[in-house]
Design a binder for this molecule. Sequence first.
Ligand code: PMT
Length: 401
Amino acid sequence: MADLAGKRIVVGVCGGIAAYKAVEVIRHLVDAGAHVIPVMTKGAEHFIGRTTLSALASEPVQMSLWDEASPIPHTKLGQSADLVLVAPATARLLGAYAHGLSNDLMTNVLIATRAPVIVCPAMHTEMWEHQAVQHNIALLASRGVHIVEPEDGRLAGGDSGKGRLASTTAILARVHQVLGSGDLQGAHVVVSAGGTREPIDAVRVIANRSSGKQGYAVAAEAASRGARVSLISTVDLPIPAGVSVIAVETAAEMQKAIEGLWQQTDVMVMCAAVADFRPVSCTSEKIKKEGGIPQIILEPTPDILAGLGAVKRSDQVLVGFAAETSDLVANAQSKLERKNLDLMVANDVSQPGVGFQHDTNAVTFLTPNQPLHLLPLSDKRNVARALLDIVVKIRQSKATS
Ligand code: PMT
């Protein structure tokens, strides 16, 4: 695992039976060289003593907005942190954070910080499965908050089910991943997002329904894993931290931008919905309806992805998406081969919640000569995470072959 020397990590501990496990997490973080600042909620004190956390962390534990010399400890803690980790995170904390409610030091720090945040929920199964909790989790994940999901197992009071705090190993692995020890450190990842617009005349275009959400999620996830990220985008969504955007509109503009970066690209993720056809010509004036129904002659656009596949170096990883409405795997497999890809991400966009415009997606990952890998409906950030996990493995195998 990478060294955490010099990293300032605020560790928030909420009131839950799993609070005692935070002690072990803190000890490991300190051993790895991190400067750990513990913050407890009032509820946490029912489960764990202040002295324990203060003794193991790098600073005394803080609990209140008012018990420090500084009148604004939350902004100071939030601004100076490289990471905020909450383990365990209760349903109350998740709800308050998701809805911007700041009624104690921990929620203030979470709202004040611009550092990456990891939350590790732990609660009874019934609470974890409640729609309100799941909604809050989805909301936080869509904003880029890292969620380390609870595990199945024994819970307090003799119950068992999903809700147990994730293992210390899983929590520490996510810390290392998020903190730039990231597995895409040093890689240049280029992502395309959104649908192209092909002009018919001065005001009309041929477009499609792509919102860009999936591409932006891939870009944000790649940046959080240490990559230098260039996003070639046709849409105007909030730009994820650490990502530089090149705005384009047509397939030709997208092709030019991508090919301009290609020599310095390590990983290309072609998530954009590129128009397959465009009008042969575009009039500089609006076509008048008084002139009758116009005949619009179409021609194929360049297949950007196939073009890259034809000139791909052995160290480059090329990822495509396939938007299908039938025969998902067969169609995606044929595109994987025809375009010489390392990975194809196939989505059946005729299914509810899948593909265009949704916050969620369900995909099948296809790689040459490997079994299919299915990811059921989940947040687009989660799809991005799974996609990049595969990309990392492909890079590792290319590096050793
Ligand atoms: O943007 P969202 O609303 O979040 O929706 C996400 C998405 C549905 C757009 C995304 O998940 C997706 O499926 N993107 C690919 C859409 C598409 O164009 O699929 P395709 O099967 O037609 O194309 C296959 C691949 O070739 C794609 O990677 C595409 O970018 C690429 N292509 C296609 C045509 C072309 N002229 N040049 C290309 O490079």
